[in-house]
Design a protein around this ligand. Structure first.
Ligand code: MTE
Ligand code: MO
Length: 380
């Protein structure tokens, strides 16, 4: 039983399945810029490979011409400059349950708002490792088009080589998460971090990196993480659809707090906002792919008829681009609210979200990013 040695998980994680472990961060733990390791969502397709000693682990770089070079985690630490990058990982199935509810049944784990999280990652640049291994990163031969990654338990995926070698792409091999050794569920002792791309490409427990003309042939590259038209049914033309890399704009409401008149004086939120009457304080996140910064978050308290701007909270994320979510906050007098709170976000390219799920329906339930609506009556 390969699952027998899986690590213990924090009981606060919301489990969707046990073997393999798939568990999301509860909304109550999504309110901080950095998601603590213990409640960071876990998305495993198979078991957690057992590596008792980081020194036993090796990653092999295959140049594509038959030659290869091997590194231990120690080698990586010794040979290359260390970087810290703050980046959000989001599963392509985040909010799938909302697509199901707002449109039709979808295949896959029914994630709510918590298949996403942000961490500070420490490691070395893939670009530096490839250079050392002999890959001419600034003058790539035409047969190198993709960097394929293979995990120790057999999961595999790939990214376009341009992203892998981008000087400002921050693609890394990481061994620490939020200042701690990588937890086993998140790739101990070594994982790929591809900031700005769907989390499925950030391969955990990475043991092989291959320069290749083709994308990874794994089912996770060629099938699962693709999107289709609403009409394409359950057996679409898999080869014609692109594999998901950068993700569209996303946003969610993670908390609605009711600040009652009685509590106004003592409530810190009420003081911060200078609230003078019974109010709701809403919080959430917004995030876009490709390092595109979130520039605006709009909130509606009347089901999308009228909108106001939420406050975007400051953060001190390190990295070449906006690889991390923005947290936002919004307060509204209670007497103005109708039946639904709604949020949508805008990124630096002025991309925004669809108002409903049906136009983006795909039977896999990937990229569920329509406006997030929360009924006012659910507010605690
Ligand atoms: N890497 C390996 N080796 N095995 C996996 O199952 N899952 C991928 C990606 N990398 C996966 C993997 C998917 S689909 C996601 S969403 C992220 O890891 C989840 O990362 P996390 O569990 O650290 O949150
Ligand atoms: Mo995922």
């Amino acid at each position: 039983d390969p699952f027998a040695t899986d690590p213990e998980r924090d009981p606060r994680l919301r489990k969707h399945s046990d073997r393999p472990c798939n568990a999301e961060t509860p909304a109550s733990e999504l309110g901080t810029f950095i998601t603590p390791n213990s409640v960071f969502y876990v998305r495993n397709h198979l078991w957690v490979p057992e590596v008792s000693d980081a020194d036993d682990h090796r990653v092999t770089v295959e140049m594509g011409d038959g030659s290869e070079k091997e590194y231990s985690v120690q080698d990586l630490r010794r040979l290359f400059k260390e970087y810290k990058v703050t980046a959000t990982l989001q599963c392509s199935g985040n909010r799938r349950a909302h697509m199901t509810a707002g449109s039709r049944p979808t295949n896959g784990l029914q994630w709510d708002v918590g298949a996403i999280g942000t961490a500070e990652w420490t490691g070395v640049r893939l670009r530096d490792v490839l250079t050392d291994a002999g890959v001419p990163v600034d003058d790539l031969p035409p047969h190198i088009k993709h960097a394929q990654f293979l995990g120790a338990e057999a999961y595999g995926a790939s990214i376009p080589i341009e992203k892998a070698v981008d000087n400002r792409g921050d693609v890394m091999l990481v061994y620490e998460m939020n200042g701690q050794p990588l937890p086993r569920d998140h790739g101990y002792p070594l994982r790929v971090l591809v900031p700005g791309n769907v989390a499925a490409r950030s391969v955990k427990w990475v043991k092989r990196i291959t320069m290749s003309e083709e994308e990874s042939t794994s089912q996770w590259q060629r099938r699962d993480y693709k999107c289709f038209g609403p009409n394409e049914g359950t057996n679409p033309d898999w080869d014609r659809a692109r594999s998901i890399q950068e993700m569209p704009v996303q946003s969610a409401i993670t908390s609605v707090e009711q600040v009652s008149t009685g509590g106004l004086k003592d409530n810190p939120a009420a003081r911060v906002y200078g609230l003078e009457e019974e109010s709701f304080v809403l919080e959430g996140y917004a995030f876009s792919g490709g390092g595109r910064e979130i520039v605006r978050v709009d909130v509606s308290v009347d089901n999308g008829r009228t909108w106001q701007q939420a406050d975007l909270l400051d953060n001190d994320a390190g990295g070449c681009k906006a690889w991390s979510w923005k947290q936002w906050r919004f307060s509204t007098p209670k007497r103005q609210t109708a039946r639904w709170f709604v949020v949508k976000a805008v990124d630096e390219a002025y991309n925004t979200q669809a108002d409903s799920f049906e136009p983006h329906y795909n039977f896999r339930g990937n990229l569920a990013s329509a406006w997030h609506r929360v009924p006012v009556q659910l507010a605690r």
